[in-house]
Design a protein around this ligand. Sequence first.
Ligand code: PLP
Length: 424
Amino acid sequence: MSHIVHRNLRSDPPLAVSGEGIMLRDAAGREIIDGSGGAAVACLGHGHPKVIAAMKAQIDRLCYAHTSLFSCDSAERLADQMVGHAPGGLTHAYFCSSGSEGNEAAYKMARQYFLEIGQPQRRHFIARRQSYHGNTLGALSASGNAARRAPYEPILSPAFSHVSPCYAYRDRTDAEDDAAYVARLAAELEGEFQRLGPDTVIAFIAETVVGATLGCVTAVPGYFPAMRAVCERHGALLILDEVMSGVGRCGTMHAWEAEGVTPDIQIIAKGLGGGYQPIGGILVHGRIIEGLTGGTGTFQHGHTYQAHPVACAAALAVQQVIAEEGLLANVQAMGALLEARLTERLGNHRHIGDIRGRGLFWAVEFVTDRAGKTPFDPALKLNERVKQEAFARGLACYPMGGTIDGKRGDHAILAPPYIVDAAQ
Ligand code: PLP
């Protein structure tokens, strides 16, 4: 048996040995379509020569310099690429090694911002049930994913509370239109502010498009502006987690571009480096940076490998390829095709309850009957079986169990690389 602590300690996963374009190959010579980019990571597919060349050039020049003493060219250029044109007022970037680390940085920066501007009483975060923000303790405390929280519940932070997500397929009642549903969710958020004490809340945290926990759930029109309005009424920040849904995955560079709001802090990861290197980060609104600069002038946080030169070089090359090769247009076009094909082939399937997503970020939700939207018994481990069946037929996809609160269905995510073509 392997000496690695795998996700499943009783498993013996196949060895991945090479990758090219949208394909992965294992040690047994099997060719697998990387249909979900892992967990929506491999946005350029595998073996992109420009990214590899950029990493090699960076390795030849400089592998590491500690950020307490130095900045480096690849990090500076990556920050310029991401916020040089100040999208939505986001003017600064902080780079770390994962989405979880990005979430931790976002929460700590938000808390420190309020300390610096003289509001130390702010100590609560409101996140959403059925959400996932990472596996480190702070990020898991924000996460509403009950299954992932369960073993660690006693050691999670009480600074985080949760309200309902925007999940129209299951939670909008027949009597409600979008506006009424949004009004109900806004009232719930307002109620949570009141319960905690409105001036004690630091931020509302949400995934712009819900990733793994619900499977590519987009908000109904007007949802984010309404949540933003509640935050603004009480002087709290809006933190959007775009670790899965951002950096082009949903057809715009930032998923929030389609929502009519801009975040105060945004978290990015997966598609930032496309899997070529471990990298995540936060993009920060100028007024937060002004608050920090006008106070102690430091961010009391940091990691040994933050803004790592090679990781930043890889991410810069990934972002340049996305821009130069016009890949967002391909995400939109191939996303429309994927939606059409899913609807055509599965739209009437008796065990497919919902097909949803945006860009190249799509999920199907499995039900025992479409009318009742009844989920499968979790004991069947449908998600695991879907994963194995798909794999046996040459497709890697990303299924998740719907055991969250007994009424959510299993789903599977498809998130192919942005370079995918119509035939593939
Ligand atoms: N936030 C979201 C929305 C995610 O989907 C994930 C990972 O799946 C994370 C945060 C955590 O990112 P990482 O696994 O890189 O720590």
